[in-house]
Design a protein around this ligand. Sequence first.
Ligand SMILES: Cc1cc2nc3c(=O)[nH]c(=O)nc-3n(C[C@H](O)[C@H](O)[C@H](O)COP(=O)(O)OP(=O)(O)OC[C@H]3O[C@@H](n4cnc5c(N)ncnc54)[C@H](O)[C@@H]3O)c2cc1C
Length: 321
Amino acid sequence: MIGGEALIAKLGDRLTGLRGRLTPSAEMEKITWFRAGGLAQALFQPADEEDLAAFLKAVPEEIPVMVVGIGSNLLVREGGIPGFVVRLSAKGFGEAEAISATGIKAGAATPDKRVAALAHDNGIGGFHFYHGIPGAIGGALRMNAGANGVETRERVVEVRALDRKGDLHLLSNADMGYSYRQSAAAADLIFTSATFEGYTEDKDAIKAAMDAVQHHRETVQPIREKTGGSTFKNPEGTSAWKEIDNAGCRGLMIGGAQMSPLHCNFMINTGNASGYDLEYLGETVRSRVLENSGIRLQWEIKRLGNFKPGHEVQEFLGQLL
Ligand SMILES: Cc1cc2nc3c(=O)[nH]c(=O)nc-3n(C[C@H](O)[C@H](O)[C@H](O)COP(=O)(O)OP(=O)(O)OC[C@H]3O[C@@H](n4cnc5c(N)ncnc54)[C@H](O)[C@@H]3O)c2cc1C
């Protein structure tokens, strides 16, 4: 893989005129909650949707482009991410407003918490769950983020997105193809904003629900640690944390990575864990759970990029069943 400077130089004039910020060889550990991982060959932070469309049209399709949000659900491998990583700026994509008595429009870089606060201020119910999710709206739309019995899919009306060619798409709730912690919308789509619908609710009741969300999290989750939230999706009919606990993996540590003793489906970087430590720990847990209960845990955390040579991690550590 050539360096980021060389990649940008290779594209030459194609990138002139862009208003956003280009950073060669960007350190992904600075923009992920785990504070671990390798370099993105180049990072682009578009100024606004028009700038993003111009960028997508300018970059030849054989060069990979992927989008990240606030990085609260990402594990970046040590070998880094080839091509461009796009990160939406708060300035160009962070506007949120109430558009009717029960409707909200939010840019994809708006923190979920900000949407919860806006809904509260306008007496719009159904968004309190965002108060406890540390990501931004783009990540929530892609992950169907949910908590406290509510999911993003219950609120989404329409999503604006650009495809890899820079063409605009408007997706309905059905087009987003939602299921548990995922959307079937085309993988190349970069969501830029969305509209949501809630319901009328008393502000005090909304505030109480938000406080309950916060209190619950402070009590049962290691929210002040370097973590990616739930590591694995809950399997059908059981909870990931129960299976991890039963397999004896609560507190399990590999290098600087640990399954949290407080909430054992949360993986944490205790100090200087590498992307390898984190993924190796995750696959160790998967293999032990498989051995213990026959359940094949599925990653909820998105793993990105290439392995560093000699630091490859096999699914289930290569365990055959
Ligand atoms: C302490 C903690 C608690 C958490 N609790 C919860 C919880 O209760 N419920 C829950 O659902 N999640 C939870 N999470 C996980 C995480 O916050 C959510 O998945 C969140 O929605 C991710 O948003 P993000 O902006 O950080 O996205 P990232 O982690 O940066 O990206 C996640 C995925 O979304 C994609 N993506 C991001 N932005 C866009 C965009 N604009 N267009 C298209 N795709 C995009 C990325 O490509 C990636 O595949 C928690 C995480 C932490 C650290």
